[in-house]
Write a protein that binds this ligand. Structure first.
Ligand SMILES: *[C@@H]1O[C@H](CO)[C@@H](O)[C@H](O)[C@H]1NC(C)=O
Ligand SMILES: *[C@@H]1O[C@H](CO)[C@@H](O)[C@H](O)[C@H]1NC(C)=O
Ligand SMILES: *[C@@H]1O[C@H](CO)[C@@H](O)[C@H](O)[C@H]1NC(C)=O
Ligand SMILES: CC(=O)N[C@H]1CO[C@H](CO)[C@@H](O)[C@@H]1O
Length: 843
């Protein structure tokens, strides 16, 4: 029963209308019979061996975790209801030096894909090879920049030559390992290029030629799987254009052909963060709404970007990108489920899977249900299958809608899913999944022999630097991505008459830099630091200083925080000191830009590799004292007991790099405060696999000053689990017209219930809080409200203590209503603490 086109316009807008009409013109055909093999698609869905499927996909990037973490991450993704894992391929880590490849350890792409296959899940391989991904140089190796005549990502012969070489290398590797679906492998989709529409105009007609070329390159491999170009409206031929963003259910204008399915390659689960950013949040309810909306609108595949963000180890992040990546994803940086995001999306996937028949074989239609409300239906012509998405698009008003004679309550901006057009089994705004909170615990055993030693870098003067030039040199060009650091030095002579006459006037060092950060030293004394930000990479540094008669020395540590990863003409980006001057001299401003400059790439400690056991013997370490700039610190520590993830609390430090047993755990930058007045990130992940039981070498390079004795080795837990479920009364359903056991089972779950579950080898040790009433607060910190049933605690303890999981009713009968609050709707709130089983404790 399609609504009139006018009403559709009112609710979904013109663009969606055009799409809806083209997509709904003919009902999709029933699954084809045996004989159709491989991956195919039409305007409704992707098909596996001729069978339609819905795809729930999540991004997990193999270099952002360790191979030891992969099985657990993949298994949790599967338990979260995903059937696809999506990853980019990271060219610059695979071919750091032209022609020299690395596919080992964290870069073992084949092992990662085979593990996903072992878990009976599919893979989307985003080859790029430009990937952006908040990854250093958008995935391009540094050497590519130095290829004569190269212009990235356009109709440029040298670029196309190298892109083709790398893509061919990966495609051949996948084929020889039999990883494509037609070969019996898990890869069902691949992507060439990445969000090219964002830069295409900058390359004019060459951009269009390049898109055609890239599509032909991809199709020419005859891998037997569909190819995707995300954010690429003009994706050629059979290549599918896909949507990236937060709300593809409403903003995506659809594929560029009615024979292509709707694919959402990046649904941001939060926002990636750069140093200086405040925390980024996207609620479980908001993501669930967008995803349900997308599937109600002919969606075929959704991908969560990221499902597990992980860590930008080493120097692998792009400009200013924080070391912790998408920590707000359903699996947090450490791979622990962030609840209720993880559980709420799992419940959504389950509801959509139960609606699969209707969604994939029903005829879509839209029925208005009042202002801002509508039912999106998928019904088979014989009405045997019917799925409804009851939608309230109003951001601020709840609604009660009447659908087929039954009243349904729809909270503001929410979608209820009815797999039989009768029974609400899921509402995007009603979170049944448990909550949890993350805590960090100082690991006692790591405080033994916590003696720090230090080694200070020399602050070079002009005469100590070997690369001399008439002006400061460009930074990327000099470091060639082998280090973040380069010293700039210069010197100048002052006479008595140059110096300010009044003692209260001090000359000022003025430096303009193209990015990303700098630390300034005058006559060997640190005077201050400057930095740009994600969108403003250039900055001006201005600080007063003491100068003396005679020769004065300026030493500036210039640094990059990753190469840029976005925008057109990436090969032309610049960084480093641009101009410098001394202001406030008696004789006016002294321009240093054309002074002679000396340069030295990298730190001595880096060149000697003093972050490794062997390298650390190459310098003289002394007992750490005071708070010094450009200083290396080292100590040893024992591995914390148990299996909880391990991290470093760096709150007392400034900015730099940290290594554990020679592995770089990433850049830290605690001194850069977000607008909330706090560091963007003060805790840094140490993968447990990089630790041995005893005597782990921890080495820190601190750029401008910090107190290493304040560094803590901590373990990470999500052992506070909570439930927050409000009682409600489901609409009464008189009879079932049809037997559907799956739905019947779920209907029982429609009665409000609360669930608590600890990790597999833990049990609920104590109940920290329990109330049935109107408590306030969040998981980790609840308080009793004005209505409270005191029996709640004992009921919950009886049901849950010493169990791995428990189910709790949500009703006044179970807990006794607060007599002071008659006729109110109550919420059950419980906070429990998980702990390892008692017998484990004794071990
Ligand atoms: C390859 O990459 C791994 C990181 O996964 C690294 O440990 C190893 O040293 C690299 N090998 C070479 C030859 O660079
Ligand atoms: C980079 O260095 C090369 C010499 O190594 C020089 O020819 C080129 O102009 C430099 N580019 C920039 C932007 O400084
Ligand atoms: C706990 O919640 C109260 C009020 O709800 C708030 O004032 C307090 O800061 C919170 N404490 C923590 C540790 O979050
Ligand atoms: C990660 C990212 O680019 N997020 C963007 C998602 O879309 C919103 C709205 O279009 C932008 O504001 C974000 O920057």
């Amino acid at each position: 029963m399609a609504s009139s086109p006018e009403s559709v316009v009112r609710f979904v807008g013109i663009a969606c209308l055009l799409f809806a009409l083209s997509a709904t013109a003919a009902p999709p055909r029933r699954p084809r019979k045996a004989g159709v093999s491989g991956v195919s698609y039409d305007g409704r869905s992707i098909m596996i061996n001729g069978r339609r499927e819905l795809f729930f996909s999540g991004s997990i990037h193999y270099p952002r975790s360790t191979p030891e973490m992969w099985p657990d991450l993949i298994q949790k993704a599967k338990r979260g209801g995903l059937n696809v894992i999506q990853t980019y391929v990271f060219w610059n880590v695979h071919e750091p030096v032209q022609g020299h490849f690395n596919f080992t350890g964290r870069y073992d792409l084949v092992r990662f894909i085979k593990l996903i296959h072992k878990h009976k899940m599919y893979v989307t391989l985003r080859l790029g090879p430009f990937i952006q991904a908040e990854w250093n140089h958008g995935g391009f190796p540094y050497w590519l920049k130095e290829i004569p005549g190269i212009v990235f990502r356009t109709d440029n012969e040298p670029f196309k030559y190298h892109m083709q070489n790398f893509v061919t290398k990966i495609m051949d590797m996948m084929k020889s390992e039999k990883l494509f679906f037609p070969q019996g492998g898990p890869i069902i989709l691949a992507q060439i290029e990445n969000e090219y529409n964002m830069v295409e105009a900058a390359y004019r007609e060459d951009g269009l030629k390049y898109v055609q070329w890239a599509a032909n390159l991809a199709l020419g491999f005859n891998a037997g799987i569909p190819w995707v170009m995300c954010k690429q409206k003009n994706a050629p031929g059979p290549v599918i254009n896909a949507c990236n963003g937060r709300n593809c259910g409403d903003t995506f204008t659809g594929p560029n052909s009615p024979t292509k399915p709707s694919i959402w390659t990046e649904n941001w689960t939060a926002q990636y963060r750069v140093f200086g950013d405040p925390p980024s949040q996207r609620s479980a309810e908001d993501i669930a709404y967008s995803v349900a909306r997308f599937f109600s609108n002919n969606g075929a595949l959704v991908n969560y970007y990221m499902y597990h963000g992980g860590t930008n180890f080493g120097r692998e992040g792009a400009s200013y990108v924080m070391t912790r990546y998408y920590d707000e994803a359903p699996l947090d940086e450490y791979g622990l489920p962030k609840e209720p995001k993880y559980g709420h999306l799992r419940d959504l996937h389950q509801a959509l899977k139960l609606s699969r028949k209707g969604l994939l074989w029903g005829v879509p239609s839209v029925q208005p249900l009042g202002p801002g409300c509508e039912a999106r239906l998928y019904e088979s012509p014989d009405s045997k299958v019917c799925v409804a998405f009851l939608t309230n698009t109003n951001p601020r008003t709840d609604a009660t809608v009447n659908f087929r004679g039954v009243n349904y309550f729809l909270p503001r901006r929410s979608i209820s899913i009815l797999p039989d057009c009768k029974t609400v089994i899921f509402n995007t705004q009603r979170v049944n999944a448990q909550h949890n909170s993350r805590t960090f615990h100082a690991a006692g055993e790591t405080n033994k022999n916590d003696k720090w030693h230090m080694f200070q870098e020399r602050i070079p003067k002009f005469r100590n630097t070997r690369i001399i030039s008439s002006k400061p040199l460009e930074l990327y060009n000099m470091t060639k991505d082998t280090t973040d650091y380069m010293w700039y030095t210069t010197r100048f002579r002052l006479e008595d008459e140059d110096l300010p006459m009044r003692p209260d006037i001090r000359p000022v060092l003025l430096v303009s830099s193209l990015g990303h950060a700098m630390h300034a030293f005058v006559n060997g004394i640190y005077i201050g630091s400057g930095n740009g930000a994600k969108l403003e990479k250039s900055f001006v540094f201005q600080k007063p200083m003491e100068l003396k008669r005679g020769v004065n020395h300026i030493s500036i540590l210039g640094l990059t925080i990753g190469f840029p990863d976005n925008g057109a003409y990436l090969e032309h980006r610049l960084a480093g000191i641009h101009t410098a001057a001394i202001q406030g001299l008696n004789t006016g401003t002294l321009d240093l830009s054309q002074n002679k400059w000396g340069h030295e790439v990298g730190m001595k400690g880096e060149k000697l590799g003093i972050f490794t056991e062997e390298g650390s013997k190459k310098v003289q370490w002394t007992e750490a004292k005071n708070d010094k700039p450009v200083t290396w610190y080292k100590r040893y520590f024992d591995m914390p007991r148990g299996n909880d993830p391990v991290a470093l609390d760096m709150t007392t430090m400034g900015k730099g790099l940290a290594w554990v047993n020679g592995n770089c755990i990433g850049r830290y930058w605690v001194s850069y405060l977000s607008p909330l007045g706090k560091p963007s990130q003060s805790v840094y992940h140490i993968p447990r696999e990089w630790l041995k039981p005893k005597d782990n070498l921890l080495v820190i390079f601190e750029e401008h000053g910090g107190k290493p004795e304040g560094i803590l080795i901590v373990t990470v837990k999500r052992d506070n689990i909570c439930t927050v479920v409000t009682e409600f009364h489901p609409p009464t359903i008189k009879s079932f017209s049809r037997e559907d056991n799956e739905i019947k089972t779920l209907v029982q779950d429609v009665k409000p219930r609360a669930y608590l579950k600890c990790d597999d080898n833990k049990v609920i040790r104590s109940i920290a809080f329990a109330s049935f009433g109107n408590p306030t607060g969040a998981c980790g910190n609840f308080t009793v409200g004005t209505c409270h049933s005191p029996q709640a605690a004992s009921v919950v303890e009886k049901a849950c203590l010493e169990k791995n999981s428990c189910v709790l009713p949500v009703s006044a009968q179970a807990y006794g209503a607060d007599p002071a609050c008659p006729g109110t709707t109550s919420t059950l709130v419980v906070q429990a603490k998980c702990a390892r089983k008692k017998k484990d404790d004794k071990e």
